[in-house]
Design a protein. Structure first.
Length: 397
């Protein structure tokens, strides 16, 4: 990479980390702390956990398209301001419905696709896959830090303090955009070519390789949010770990999960087996959900957590680089918007839908639904053969 590319990728990875850290910190906390509110039910807790995914999903493509028109940075800054405002609203809320509204406003700052498009704008074709992988790794690291930091902050100041820190992280992200992220070269945009824009959107929806990965990221985030409807409670009830000390479980499990990822990464990159290792990551996810669902002893539950974090972190770090190989020139914001939309619809479905299943059908059905999604994803990727994504296609003909 050139010096400019290194600066661009590192600053955008930092920006993405700030934003995802704020979102992920709530994940291990909401099912526990929201249960103390008078209007709490499993369905409403699930809605609060996943509602940000709905507004994210609805706005990823429009804001990605808008970033193709007016530029990436204005859209990113506006999205971070909305994210900060939603965090403040959730911090001052005295009911679960207030948290739901704050989380929905957080999600309205839907800039994931725009950030990934800016990564593509600021890197050469030869370095793009590496750049996307670096951003993907930063997301995985944010997830790990959030699961440890969130319980520590909440133990000191309650759930509201986590939302206040999230608001500060959003403002820090704006500073990163203004001070560290390079400006991309201006590209002429034909605002009258509506047909071409529609064609790019339809192209992203028709590509079988993209659709497989879109379904995969939907399933991955459904399972993530659904699992955290039950994991925090199980740590208290099954493992006997007080909520203020959950970080003492997450920290060693996450650290060991990095060791578990290393063989997968080595075999994928140096062993020339990326497809096989990708399938292995999905297989680990299936095994983890199964173990978490049947665990009756703490050590077995901890093993399930470790398997889950190995599989999740590997897949989360790998997916952005895989999706980037099929994104076509001229419509990066639109194509990546479809991918991000599926990701956040998965989070919403895992929270709202998972909460409903948990309340009305029980934990066994929630585990079964998660297993079914992971199983279908495995079969789809198995049928893809060794070519995980298609070659880049032209945006228009």
């Amino acid at each position: 990479m050139t010096a400019l590319e290194r600066r661009a990728v590192s600053s955008l990875a930092l920006l993405y980390s700030f934003r995802m850290l704020g979102l992920f910190m709530v994940l291990p906390l909401l099912a526990l702390y929201a249960a103390d509110l008078p209007d709490a039910t499993p369905s409403l807790i699930g809605l609060a956990l996943g509602i940000y995914g709905l507004t994210q999903a609805l706005l990823q493509v429009p804001l990605g398209w808008l970033s193709d028109q007016v530029g990436r940075k204005p859209v990113i800054i506006g999205g971070l301001l909305l994210f900060a405002a939603g965090s403040v609203l959730a911090a001052v809320a005295d009911s679960l419905w207030g948290i739901v509204l704050g989380r929905a406003l957080q999600g309205a700052g839907a800039i994931a696709a725009t950030v990934m498009a800016l990564v593509a704008d600021l890197t050469s074709e030869e370095q793009r896959t590496k750049a996307m992988a670096i951003v993907g790794v930063s997301i995985g690291l944010s997830f790990a830090v959030a699961l440890v930091l969130g319980p520590v902050i909440a133990a000191a100041g309650g759930l509201a303090s986590v939302f206040w820190v999230t608001a500060l992280l959003a403002l820090g992200g704006i500073a990163v955009v203004l001070l560290l992220v390079p400006n991309p070269a201006a590209a002429p945009v034909d605002h009258s070519d509506v047909g071409a824009r529609k064609g790019m959107f339809l192209q992203a929806l028709r590509d079988p390789a993209l659709l497989r990965l879109d379904f995969g990221v939907f399933s991955l985030h459904f399972i993530l949010v659904a699992c955290f409807l039950v994991v925090p409670g199980a740590l208290e009830q099954l493992a006997g770990v007080d909520r203020a000390h959950h970080w003492q479980v997450y920290l060693p499990v996450l650290a060991l999960s990095i060791l578990g990822m290393l063989p997968l990464m080595r075999m994928a990159e140096r062993g020339g087996l990326p497809h096989q290792m990708f399938l292995s990551g999905i297989g680990l996810l299936v095994a983890a959900v199964l173990v978490l669902g049947v665990a009756a002893r703490p050590w077995l539950f901890f093993l399930g957590l470790w398997l889950f974090f190995v599989g999740f972190n590997y897949l989360e770090a790998t997916l952005p680089s895989q999706i980037s190989k099929s994104v076509f020139a001229g419509g990066k914001g639109t194509a990546l918007g479809v991918f991000s939309t599926c990701q956040f619809f998965g989070a919403f479905a895992g929270g709202a839908g998972g909460g409903w299943v948990l309340q009305h059908l029980g934990q066994t059905y929630l585990i079964g639904l998660s297993l079914a999604l992971a199983g279908v994803w495995f079969v789809l990727m198995l049928g893809a053969g060794n070519t995980m994504v298609s070659q880049p296609q032209r945006a228009s003909r």
